[in-house]
Design a protein around this ligand. Sequence first.
Ligand SMILES: C[S@@+](CC[C@H](N)C(=O)[O-])C[C@H]1O[C@@H](n2cnc3c(N)ncnc32)[C@H](O)[C@@H]1O
Length: 530
Amino acid sequence: MPTLNWIGKDKVVTHHNDVPFRVLDHKYTFGDTPDSGNMIIHGDNLEALKALLPEYENRIKCIYIDPPYNTGNENWVYNDNVNDPHIRKWLKDIFHEKGITTDDLTRHDKWLCMMYPRLVLLQKLLSKDGAIFISIDDNEHANLKLICEEIFGTTNFIAQVIWERAYAPINLKKHFSTSHDYILCYAKKIEDLNCNGLPRKAETDSKYKNPDNDPRGLWRTDNLAVGPIVENQVYEITTPSGRKVMPPKGYCWRLTKERFDEYVADNRIWFGENGDLVPAPKRFLSEVKQSMTPMTVWKYTEVGHSQDAMRQLRDIFDGEVVFDYPKSVDLIKRCLELYSDKDSIILDSFAGSGTTAHAVLNLNKQDGGNRKFILCEMCDYAETITAERVRRVIKGYGEGRNAVEGTGGSFDFYELGETIFDPVTGNLNDCADTEAIRRYVWFSETNSAYSHPSKDAHPYLLGTYQHNNYYFYYKKDEETCLDWDFLNTLTEKDKAEMYIIYADRCVLTEEEMMRHNIRFKKIPRDIKRV
Ligand SMILES: C[S@@+](CC[C@H](N)C(=O)[O-])C[C@H]1O[C@@H](n2cnc3c(N)ncnc32)[C@H](O)[C@@H]1O
């Protein structure tokens, strides 16, 4: 498979491994339900995605991202030239120690360096039956396609959608006035991905009638003639009126003679009111797929255009323009309709004005779903624009005739917090939140998502995985010891094939541990400080 190379690629292909695990610092809950599962995270998505990994690896059903297109425009509310101070610093940091100055990189190199490790983490977060949608335009489309083929695999390519984002040409343009964006769509594992299709349109269904009062309900006709010719499907048909009919030149009938006779016996062939028309098989509405297969060109008449998106956002913010080039809610809603279920988790790690959360809330309201959203936004407007939009959508906005009813819902707002390990010593960072440490330890042991054990479980139990119990015997300000006192706290409920127990020290003998199927793991921390 051809692969793309660029300056700095070798520094970023495994960079996701070097990103420290951070704690997500809970700042506040909006709405009535704390821990609703809806999250807005303020911070660089590389660290935010890594922080999500212990809990969400293989769990995200649908990802929509709209990264900066790298247009070179630095004057929007966000920087569209990979030149935001956060990203500049991040690039500088990873290249500095390798002796490369970022001046050696073109803007395309920088963009690819930024995207690659983030896409790797997104791929890990995607569930086996999940799909990712990535908006992009001509600036980086070709590069993005190649790195996606590398990260997601060529066989997992689903489609390249064209979104008609403009409805009129800009006549000042010298050559073409571009009126579309692309949306690349990949599966984590194409064999496991199901497409829900699109809801059938009333207009399509209106073509179905029932002139002969068939008890099977509404139907429309199909063509009986098809090409190219299959010899044994060319035969004469006599209509009820006595007319003899042959397929047109170069065509045959779609059914063999035997099958055709079965169709006639089952009243599945229509010869017209007077029994004189060219025969046509009936297609019953009750037998067709209840959804429509999506096409790859998404017209603004169906999913909105850029101006619609700007207007939607202005309406939410009392007429103020707070963000440049948001996406339309219906555009993202369509992605979700195709590849999410009512209880799916949806992720957008380049959240901007929060359109993805808006689409999730609207879709839940429409179909009674309980989808959850996770948004990451690096800029400080994560609170004043991203979260504020979501708040207004939940509560309702606008006045009088323009009032839009709230969708209801809640979310939790997070900042990126402490690293779980001290970056210098590699020891556990005692300032980090204990629950986040437990989550990390579980993930590193089992490579699976952590869910907190029930209230009546052993206080130090992390969980059971493949018949093995994992315990994290950790006290922030006290040294812990794996001894008989600890073992005596285990009850009948703790029975397992093997016991993996983390503690600061262990005084059990090798033989005792062998006899009771115990494996001791030392907590990596500086005990002197305890
Ligand atoms: C094109 S905008 C997304 C617009 C969004 N789809 C909407 O409808 O409002 C890209 C957003 O990604 C954010 N962003 C860029 N790099 C990021 C990073 N490393 N981590 C988190 N957010 C980032 C930018 O600040 C910007 O808000």
